[in-house]
Design a protein around this ligand. Sequence first.
Ligand SMILES: [Zn+2]
Length: 262
Amino acid sequence: MRALRTVVCLALGLAGCAGYPEGSLLDGVRPGADCRINVMAVFAHPDDESFYTGGTLIKLGKDPRVRLHVLCLTNGNMDEAKDNLGITREMLGRMRVKELESAAMVLGASTAACMGYDDQGLAGADGAELSARVEDAVRKAGADVIITHDPYGLSGHEDHIVCSRVATAAFSETDAQRLYYVTMSPARYRFNLLFALSDSPAEKSVPTVRVNIRAEKTMKRLALYAHVTQHHFSFWNALAMREDLLFDYEHFALAGARDGVK
Ligand SMILES: [Zn+2]
């Protein structure tokens, strides 16, 4: 199976030959007085953290300097899984919060929190309150590195776009040293377009660093599987999860940098 994947990836030119360097999201980040670096992943839906950054977060979670925090803004309660399962939005929301907690354990996160906004509801939420809550969470975690969606939402999802905006504002208002947007490699866009797996918007952030997750892919698979409602009962998500595991790199755009003040 692995050999087949390798052949497919090589045939499609997806082997990870990107024009930007392999690196770490911790490059240039100064630890605090306790010799620790707080990394906070801020995403819109339970499973975004594992889909887009699972390998990177696992890698960071294994680093003894890192304290990893996962913050999710919605409870994912509008997903098609609720129809497939015949359950209410409320029940799906509760299940997905538990799935997030399970995935966070696999990722090695010290904290995992869900703010509980409605899925597909961030654009209609009180923007000032949402921003204040995210900023407060970033401050409490003492986040040195913030990872979030890019301003185009990667898949164009409105929740992702709002999440990117409030996380970017939190970076501006706090002492965080680095802001990274999740993006895709050009090869991944080609793959998605070729197999019509995404209606990726024309605008996208340009990646500046790629993280090698080859050694973390088995654990990333476990983190993805922790989102059991998505894996078994949402056809497109299940397909995307399998597709995601073809790739040995996760890609990021450096969107903000300042010197540590500790
Ligand atoms: Zn999402």
